[in-house]
Design a protein around this ligand. Sequence first.
Ligand code: PLP
Length: 373
Amino acid sequence: MVPMYFDNNATTALAPEALQAMLPVLKENYGNPSSPHTMGLMAKGAMDHAREQLATLLNCDSEEIRFNSGATEGINHILRGIFEALPKKRHFVTSAVEHPAVLSVLDYLKRHGAKLSYIGVDSEGRLDLAALESAIRPDTALVSVMAANHETGVIFPLDVVARITKEKGSLLHVDATQAIGRLPFDLQALDVDLLTLSAHKFHGPKGTGAIIARRGLALKSLIRGGTEEGGLRGGTENVPGIVGMGAAAALANEQLHEMDRIRSLRDMFEKKLKSAISDVHIHGSKTQRLPNTSLVSFPDRDGEELMLGLDAKGICVSTGSACASGSKGISHVLKALGTDPTLAKGTLRISMSRYTLESEVQTMLEKIISIPS
Ligand code: PLP
């Protein structure tokens, strides 16, 4: 039995076109992009092409892109780099619902003297913009917020966040990991300084990602050793990964319209689920969400048990963020939403992709409804 996959906020399937683009640089064109000979130049050319493809998806300058291993690395690089670069500015502002990749680095910085302000959300997961405005102070080095939440899918209003942050004179980092390929991005129109992403969330390969550092903002080197990626990250580049990410970015751009179909499928799923089980709670459904995400709580149920029951029936879903699902207890995101613990305990995250079929959603829905209470 091939499992039906509804855990696309954890990771997505590699697009066949991305795999095809990667094969030649794994097999024949395996040169080192730093080598000045023909094979090296071919590898560099493939990497430059990928940089252009990603720049087109984000509408940014290709020179603002620095390739890396993904969002966790990018977030470490940015938060730790800014902390080191601005010793007179010790204050960082973030939201209470960020991914652990952000929260744990900030925790680490706190132990080294950083002052932190966490901005709360309401019961729908909406960011408290008034609290954001009053939290930013003259010694705020950086505001770090996500574009969209990994559990609820709730989208933060980045245009407003950027306006507030800029008026107050702070730098802004956006963790766009869940939003790339699911929402349009136009970095010419959005005043962010730094952005992080991972290719595997938009049908690219795992272990590849990028930082976008705007307007030549000088980050410090993360890995010393070579001049790769403008000296920011020494070491021979992951050319196949980068090429795969470029192809995935080009596809994400072409296929963004598919998200309308996915939104209809998600809405249909939620409507039918609610009519079958009237007391389910769908988090963030009254506000702007990613089109692919549904975070559903079943009162008096155990999310882990539900997830394992569905897995036995060939349906892969999550109990929340992939990183948190191995650990016991209620996710910090649901805590920040003020969700009742008995409700939070019975939570499943269903996340679709542009490859999700209507027939799969129907089957998944039937299996959820048929789980005995
Ligand atoms: N930020 C968000 C919002 C995420 O959802 C994730 C992964 O789930 C990350 C950062 C970390 O991404 P990666 O594991 O690819 O480094």
